[in-house]
Design a protein. Sequence first.
Lengths: 218, 218
Amino acid sequence: MAQQERAIRTRQAILRAAAAVFDEYGYEAATIAEILARAEVTKGALYFHFDSKEKLARGVLAAQVPQGAVLPQPFKLQELVDVTMAVAHRLPGDPLLRGGVRLAVEQAGQGALGDGPFADWVELCTGLLVEAKAQGEVLPHVEPAATAELVVGAWTGIQLLSQALTRRADLERRIAAFWAQVLPGIAVPGVLPHLAITEHRGAEVVTAYERATTVRLV
Amino acid sequence: MAQQERAIRTRQAILRAAAAVFDEYGYEAATIAEILARAEVTKGALYFHFDSKEKLARGVLAAQVPQGAVLPQPFKLQELVDVTMAVAHRLPGDPLLRGGVRLAVEQAGQGALGDGPFADWVELCTGLLVEAKAQGEVLPHVEPAATAELVVGAWTGIQLLSQALTRRADLERRIAAFWAQVLPGIAVPGVLPHLAITEHRGAEVVTAYERATTVRLV
């Protein structure tokens, strides 16, 4: 294994361990000692990559938006739906994502970690809505940034409610229900029937994405 | 002052102090010593009312739903909007509500405090939607419980986003924008134009409620 590749793997192992500890204990109660024990790397390696708990948290948060990766779609509204459904599908089984969500929710407005990833998600969704608007997919009153903020805010809260009531067992169903409720106020009538918003959409787009990216690596 | 009245005031003072400490430090880092110092009551008085940190947190959470109090409205959808706007209006200036929101968000799915107040809010909103449905205000596909969960989830997340991005300065505007986006998918076309969903609605309904309840007490 080349040295650079080893460094990337070590960094990933540390981030996964940190995310698991943040997910379990929250930011305040998490300790570097616990992260070190789980990552199974040397103290030197950990401090080489992240020299404070805050930097570990920022690393976990920065790893969140790439988890929204999906394949491009002809309808950009579909791609927006796909991002939200893919994250809903990945979240329960992905410690890195879970740790990031707990940090973002816990630290909202607490300052230490800034805006968290909210601003990044809003930017991603705004971009897709701007494209959707340019393609004539959305109703005239829709403002991309405002709708993006609504989507990101609602997604986050629906996730919390699902976590509180069913430990996220019904998260995908709830996000699909959210889209069923709000899309008629966003999409033009001609596009609406072409959008797939079932609760299985997350599994489908994640599988399609993984297949496509695996092929590319071979 | 009658003894009972004094006990109620002491209990309220303790709850307000506890909420402020939870709002500032979160559940884990909050201490009974700090709550005691802020409440300016004796240790005996505090333990008479709440004998653990968990009971203090439950007391703060239980005080949350009554803060959604608004006057009854002919359209029950208006009353539902009013509850969400009243809480958005009260939240930034009300330590008891702020402490409860931080606890609910932080503890979602962490177990110690159960479902938090999510289930209570969902119940309140479901009741209003059942009445709205009985009065013919909602579209045929609307299921009261599912729509109530969507509203509570979305409200919570929009609040978090507002807290992260603007320290809640734009919370009322964001909740009003949420309603503008989703009400066309909930209300029948004949009712929709009669619903007031401006960002000033919260201030109006809180003022009206306070005037009505003050008169009643005189």
